[in-house]
Design a protein around this ligand. Structure first.
Ligand SMILES: [Zn+2]
Length: 59
């Protein structure tokens, strides 16, 4: 067994944006039906705040 000690834990990728740091939101038109279009706009991932890394619990 290897006893290599890892100094830096590998940051987990944000599950919401898959490590990209941003999410693609589908642009919807129409107030009532909210019909989705093919257009998408990039939005900052609020889960990781654009870092692409899952937030680790701080102690
Ligand atoms: Zn994210």
């Amino acid at each position: 067994m290897a006893t290599r000690k890892t100094t830096k834990p590998k940051p987990a990728r944000c599950p919401d944006c898959d490590g990209r740091g941003e999410t693609a939101e589908t642009v919807r038109v129409g107030a009532r039906k909210g019909r989705a279009t093919d257009d998408r706009q990039a939005a900052l991932c609020l889960t990781c705040l654009g870092t692409g890394e899952a937030q680790a619990d701080e102690e």
